[in-house]
Design a protein. Structure first.
Length: 758
């Protein structure tokens, strides 16, 4: 096979592969790119003849590179990010990007994106040419520094290249995506300027208003730190209070860095107000002797905050003072700002009726005016003054103090003091009525209604006979100390009454200077007395209703509040009904009667059904506030006697001479026991007695068979008797059984017919 033929076959295979790969958006569309691993193999950017000039990657549409223009210091590195996008602007993975550094400039490629495992992954062919492929997924490009903020976060469809330069100059980078068919969109030109310049902008500052501030920008060579002279630095005031820059006296000033690399200006206020000036700074390199062109290096910002001093004054004095007794004024002057206040002067104008005694520090006194010269008060500084005065008149007095400082600063404060004299009063309150079971609350209010303190105030309360306080004591003594003018103190206590009646209680209060006052309170102590009676039947039959009537009367001298009647359903009974809205729950019936006035009577009733024989014990309790009572009634529940008698022969037809057995059954069908049960049998002429058996002894005479009395037969129980007779002649015999008991008024009889034949 000749070479031409092999190339044709290779071209056909390549086109087939291209056709297959071009149909997949995320597959690498260029030729000779196989998913094999191993050492990097440089690949051709486009297919061979037959597909080279076609739109062989129908998805790739645009190429982006960031940044396309930037400035960096020499000996640093710069990362360029390329993104290949489809027509909808979505990033495409696995697309080839070629990186070329144009001749005539500085800079080299030092690293390129080599991520992936294929032999066709990215590679650097020379320091001026490299190839990489956009990534399949996101990842982070770590710059290798301790600061994570300079890490570069890449997405799918992006790739990168790193360039650097050891010398000043410009690098022109061409990024080329060969898969993009449109020649106007498959190239991006990026420009990188490298300068051997380092700069340090002045820090932000804060100063007192009207104090000029110097801003210094430092410019040095990045490579060795040597100062750079002659750089143009432009300062521009962009906002804030009215101010100018010196030299020049304008809002925009350009200065050159000196031999030490320093470019200095001074900011001065033209109006002394608080605020902040924002400054913008541009650094421009002039044309150098080496031929480097005039170029802007950097732009920065700084600020100057102008702080206004402040001055505050406060004054404290007692709200009240005794006539003729000295008291103290306390004055504080402070500077709450961050800068000093100058030429501070304090003045205190004493009102009429107030006489100056002394002060610390000593004041300059002129009549009723006091003055202190403080001078400079530092930032956060504070100064205290203490003035002792004596009042000569009663009533309210107002004292005003002021402070002044330069820059028009001032503040004022005042204090008010009431000059006073004393008066004592007491008020005692208690309820007009109280129940004997409740405590009687007493409230004693002691007040100083004058305008001077009442000292050593004492309270003395002796309770009348029949009332006691804590632990059975009959009096209350309390030391109230000092009562300021207008101040009141309250004493509360509870007394207990041992009996009903009317009690008058008097309290006395006294204080220094012969002050005294008293007051009394009267309380009537009452008591409700509940009386309850209960009536009901003495006897009844079981399963019959039993009705009880309950009568409640208040025979006391106070109303019975919250009266409640409770009747417990007795054992052996079931609740049936109740009057007066009685509620049945939890085995008891409850009536909420509410208030029962003095002498008032209420009647309620409850009906039960007796379900068991015996005695019903029904108890009723009545409770109210401060009262209770109870009553009970009993009813004997008797059962209903009922007895059944049955007699059968065990054979209906018997040959004469044969024997017949009669079985007699007695059953108590009632709810009460039957007592003294007697069974008597009469044999007909066709029969003769043979034998008998039962729960009691039997006796037979002539044609009579009698069983001894059965003492008792409980409800539902059965007793069985048997009689054996012999047939002595043919005929239809009639065997008669008679039953008697204490409960039966008429005997019960039963006959049984037996046929005897020959």
């Amino acid at each position: 096979m000749n070479t031409t033929h092999r190339l044709r076959i290779l071209a056909i295979v390549s086109l087939a592969v291209i056709g297959t790969l071009a149909g997949c958006r995320d597959t690498m569309p260029h030729s000779f790119t196989w998913p094999t691993s191993g050492d990097t193999i440089p690949t051709h950017p486009k297919p061979p003849e037959g597909g080279y000039y076609t739109d062989w990657d129908p998805y790739a549409a645009t190429l982006e590179v960031t940044p396309v223009k930037d400035v960096n210091l020499v000996r640093t590195q710069h990362v360029l990010i390329a993104t290949v996008r489809d027509k909808q602007g979505q990033p495409l993975p696995n697309r080839r990007v070629e990186w070329v550094i144009a001749d005539g400039g500085v800079g080299d490629i030092i690293q390129v994106d080599e991520s992936g495992f294929r032999a066709s992954r990215g590679y650097k062919l020379t320091n001026k040419f490299a190839v990489s492929h956009t990534n399949n997924g996101p990842h982070v490009l770590d710059q290798g520094t301790p600061d994570p903020s300079d890490d570069i976060h890449l997405t799918a469809g992006q790739t990168w290249c790193v360039i650097t330069s050891p010398i000043e100059g410009t690098t022109h980078v061409i990024a080329f995506a060969p898969g993009i068919y449109d020649s106007t969109k498959h190239k991006v030109f990026a420009v990188k300027h490298w300068y051997d310049v380092a700069y340090e902008f002045p820090p932000e500052a804060a100063n007192r208003v009207a104090a000029p501030h110097e801003f210094v920008t430092r410019i040095t060579r990045h490579s060795d730190g040597a100062p750079l002279a002659g750089f143009e630095v432009t300062y521009r005031i962009v906002s804030g209070p009215a101010a100018v820059l010196q030299p020049g006296g304008k809002e925009v000033v350009t200065v050159r860095s000196d031999a030490n690399g320093l470019a200095t200006v001074t900011l001065e206020q033209t109006e002394q107000v608080a605020g902040a000036n924002q400054l913008e700074i541009d650094v421009v390199r002039p044309t150098t002797e080496a031929g480097l062109p005039h170029a802007q290096i950097a732009t920065g910002r700084t600020s100057k905050t102008w702080l206004m001093p402040a001055i505050d004054i406060t004054k404290k004095a007692p709200s009240k003072a005794l006539l003729g007794e000295a008291f103290l004024y306390e004055i504080w002057v402070c500077n709450p700002s961050q800068v000093y206040a100058d030429n501070v002067v304090v003045r205190d104008d004493l009102p009429d009726g107030i006489t100056y005694v002394n002060s610390t520090p000593a004041a300059t006194v002129s009549g009723q005016q006091l003055a202190w010269s403080v001078g400079r008060l530092p930032a956060g500084g504070k100064k205290a003054f203490r003035v002792t005065v004596k009042p000569t008149v009663t009533g309210p007095v107002t004292n005003r103090v002021s402070v002044h400082a330069e820059l028009g600063l001032s503040d004022e404060a005042e204090s008010k003091t009431l000059i006073i004299a004393a008066k004592l009063s007491v008020t005692k309150t208690a309820p007009e009525e109280a129940l004997i079971c409740d405590p009687i609350p007493y409230t004693i209010l002691v007040s100083n209604t004058g305008n001077a303190p009442a000292t050593n105030v004492r309270l003395h309360d002796v309770l009348p006979e029949g009332l006691t306080v804590h632990e059975g004591r009959g009096k209350l003594v309390s030391d109230l100390g000092t009562l300021e003018p207008g101040e009141s103190k309250q004493v509360r206590f509870d007394a207990r009454a041992a009996r009903t009646g009317t009690f008058e209680n008097t309290v006395t209060v006294a204080a220094d200077g012969g002050l005294m006052a008293r007051d009394s309170a009267t309380t009537a102590v009452r008591k409700p007395i509940l009386v309850v009676t209960k009536t009901g039947p003495a006897t009844t039959r079981n399963n019959r209703p039993v009705k009880y009537e309950i009568t409640v009367t208040n025979k006391g001298d106070a109303a019975a509040d919250d009266t409640v009647v409770v009747d417990v359903v007795p054992a052996g009974a079931m609740f049936a009904e109740a009057t007066e809205d009685g509620e049945f729950a939890g085995g008891k019936v409850t009536w909420q009667l509410g208030k029962l006035d003095i002498g008032e009577t209420r009647i309620v009733s409850v009906t039960f059904k007796a379900v068991e024989i015996g005695t019903l014990h029904n108890v009723t309790t009545v409770t109210a506030v401060c009262a209770e009572a109870s009553a009970e009634a009993s009813t004997v529940v008797e059962g209903v006697p009922s007895v059944g008698l049955k007699c059968i022969d065990l054979a209906d037809s018997i040959e004469v001479g044969g024997e017949v057995t009669y079985r007699i059954t007695v059953i108590n069908q009632g709810t009460a026991a039957n007592t003294n049960i007697v069974i008597a049998c009469t044999l007909p002429g066709e029969e003769a007695f043979v034998s008998a058996q039962g729960p009691t002894k039997v006796s037979a005479a002539d044609k009579k068979v009698t069983f001894a009395s059965l003492a008792s037969l409980a409800p539902g129980r059965t007793a069985t008797f048997t009689v054996v007779a012999k047939g002595i002649k043919a005929g239809d015999a009639r065997f008669l059984v008679t039953l008697t008991s204490d409960q039966l008024q008429t005997p019960v009889q039963e006959t049984e017919s037996t046929r005897f034949y020959e």
